[in-house]
Design a protein around this ligand. Structure first.
Ligand code: F6R
Length: 610
């Protein structure tokens, strides 16, 4: 949340900062700002609203400054106004600070600084840092920043410049991600790698509680006053991965990338001859599935829905009981993590604050953490005992799509592997599922071919001015209903709820009338007959039915107002494909309603604050 960039080097800083911020807009788009360091003073430009305003406001700025910091904001403290836009400065305009995350102790600090005569101009928690720096006993940037950071509590990352030292940026990571990009005679810092891609592939990920000092000539990393040797990593990301490549939105691009993302997740991990899965990544082999007595799966939002599907596949194939808990509840609960419990953490970004807090809780209880994670180098990849990388590539759309289907595939690989090792899955059953997995990219491509039909249906529903939608599913596709509803509400701003279809009679059926669109996921599986009855009950009350079913299921197609058929697949694999029509429906409805799909209101990607 909040995108931050910094540049120090020989080029004009402003275009570098704007290019970086453009690629971080998915992390926040409430307001934007930059600070350019001039000899002896700091020039600030800030606007309320998205980055385009900042680009216009800085069109005529003198481009000679070669050091600067930039920010695109997702508001936490203070409305998205110009006064609250970052960077923030101290009373004399010597220090400029920007930050992502939360300073929990800001109120007490603000009161104390006010008593000492500091004048505040914003409602943000960030501004206290600029005033603290002004009071630091040493005004040497690295020393002053270390002094100020020691007085802050919360979870955040900072970028700071001083007018007294124009060729230097100091950054701190305490809970929120930061990555330094290395150039020749220039360096970059950003909250996320897309900002660095036009400039460099050589990066250093900051560790937690680390301070970094960056000049044109190099970087210096320190933790608790001790220098750390840097580990340079090379990003294996194509530059166009961070671009829309002809698609009108990142979300649509990523929906269409699902066949490739799933193929990448499967690459080298399937051994059909032995009916086995090959998972060799960090720490995985150290968890013996025969000794696992229980799994607690945690995640947030879409990743939580992936955890619900993982429960079905791990219980069904490996016969290990799985509890699913929202990470935000798990971290403040009193979970019983007895012997033999493995905590399975699922996250696209690997930086979600609640999921990381859950991981730390599990580790403090000495229970192994196995992570299904997408972003390489993220905090989760470092903190988990074992990691299953999803390899979905960059996901920039705020509404998660390809990460979800890749998470489901990784959970299936895990369930299959454990099932084989625990002896709960026969070689022939495993082989049938493995063959099904291999066929998934093709099934996804075929389903994406429904895009035109789904667009036309969504356009009709947009004209119907429906304020509420209901999604129902059962069995392996129970959570598909929740995910379809989440996609719809986050990008169309229409109310949508997901329910287990078998739960309808216990209350939600009262909502059904001819105005209510009900989207049912009813593929050919072991509960097909059950959900067909639930569909009848909805039809009998006049419900406006859209059904995602299996191709050729004419009986069901006849009963639905709208029918989207997906290829026939082994039951545990159906959620991977059944969600795609729901993603497309939400997308096309949002477009038809004129929504800003890649910048849904009030949201941003990577929830690094509580
Ligand atoms: C919804 C969405 C969010 C994320 C959630 C967890 O489309 O993207 O609900 O799934 O914030 O994010 P990660 O997976 O990065 O932990």
């Amino acid at each position: 949340m909040c995108g931050i960039v910094a540049y120090v080097g020989y080029r004009p800083a402003l275009p570098v900062l704007l290019a970086g911020l453009r690629r971080l807009e998915y992390r926040g788009y409430d307001s934007a700002g930059v600070a350019l360091v001039r000899p002896g003073w700091i020039e600030r430009h800030r606007v309320a609203g998205p980055l385009d305003g900042l680009v216009r406001a800085t069109r005529r700025v003198d481009a000679s400054a070669t050091t600067g910091i930039g920010h695109t904001r997702w508001a936490t403290h203070g409305a998205p106004t110009v006064e609250n836009a970052h960077p923030h400065i101290d009373c004399h305009g010597t220090w400029a600070v920007l930050h992502t995350g939360i300073i929990e102790t800001h109120e007490a600090l603000r009161a104390r600084l006010r008593r000492r005569g500091h004048r505040f101009r914003s409602q943000t928690d960030t501004e206290v840092i600029a005033h603290l720096l002004e009071d630091a006993p040493s005004q040497d940037p690295p020393k002053a920043v270390a002094w100020a950071t020691a007085r802050l509590e919360g979870s955040f990352s900072l970028e700071i410049v001083s007018a007294r030292d124009p060729g230097r940026v100091v950054a701190v990571r305490l809970g929120s991600p930061l990555v330094v990009g290395l150039g020749v005679g220039e360096q970059f810092i950003a909250s996320d790698v897309p900002a660095l891609l036009p400039f460099t592939r050589r990066v250093v990920y900051l560790e937690d509680a680390e301070q970094c000092e960056v000049t044109a000539d190099g970087i210096r990393l320190e933790r608790a006053g001790r220098r750390r040797r840097m580990r340079i990593e090379t990003l294996r990301v194509g530059e166009t991965e961070a671009e829309r490549s002809g698609y009108p939105h990142f979300m649509l691009k990523e929906i269409h990338e699902q066949p490739e993302a799933v193929a990448a997740a499967l690459q080298g991990r399937i051994d059909l001859a032995r009916a086995q899965v090959r998972l060799t990544e960090k720490g995985y082999g150290r968890i013996d599935p025969r000794r696992v007595r229980r799994v607690v799966a945690i995640g947030c939002g879409t990743a939580l829905h992936a955890a619900l599907v993982a429960k079905r596949s791990i219980e069904g194939l490996a016969r290990v009981p799985v509890d699913v808990v929202a990470a935000s509840e798990f971290r403040y609960g009193e979970p019983v993590l007895g012997p033999g419990t493995v905590v399975l953490a699922i996250s696209q970004s690997g930086e979600t604050a609640d999921t990381l807090a859950g991981v730390r809780l599990a580790r403090a209880s000495r229970r192994p953490v196995l992570a299904i994670v997408n972003v390489p180098g993220s905090a989760l990849t470092r903190e988990a005992d074992a990691v299953l990388p999803m390899r979905a590539g960059l996901e920039i759309g705020v509404a998660s799509t390809k990460a979800y289907t890749s998470q489901l595939v990784m959970a299936l690989l895990l369930a299959l592997d454990w099932g084989r090792q625990r002896g709960t899955l026969s070689p022939s059953a495993a082989r049938a599922l493995l063959k099904g997995l291999v066929s998934l990219p093709g099934a996804l491509r075929r389903t994406l071919g429904l895009s035109g039909t789904i667009r036309r249906a969504a356009q009709r529903f947009a004209k119907g001015h429906h304020g509420n939608f209901m999604f129902v599913g059962r069995g392996y596709n129970f959570a598909t209903a929740f995910e379809g509803a989440l996609k719809l509400k986050e990008i169309t701003y229409r109310h949508a709820e997901g329910y287990g279809a078998g739960e309808m009679k216990h209350g939600p059926l009262a909502l059904v009338d001819a105005r209510l669109p009900v989207v049912a996921v009813a593929v050919r599986d072991t509960v097909r007959a059950k959900i067909a009855s639930n569909i009848e009950e909805i039809r009998a009350r006049g419900g406006n039915l859209l059904v995602v079913g299996t191709e050729g299921d004419h009986a069901l197609a006849r009963r639905a107002g709208v029918f989207f058929g997906i290829p026939d697949l082994p039951e545990p694999l159906t959620p991977v494909v059944a969600v795609v029509p729901l993603q497309l429906f939400a997308y096309h409805l949002a477009v038809a309603l004129g929504r800003d799909v890649d910048r849904p209101r009030n949201l941003a990607k990577s929830v690094t604050v509580e």
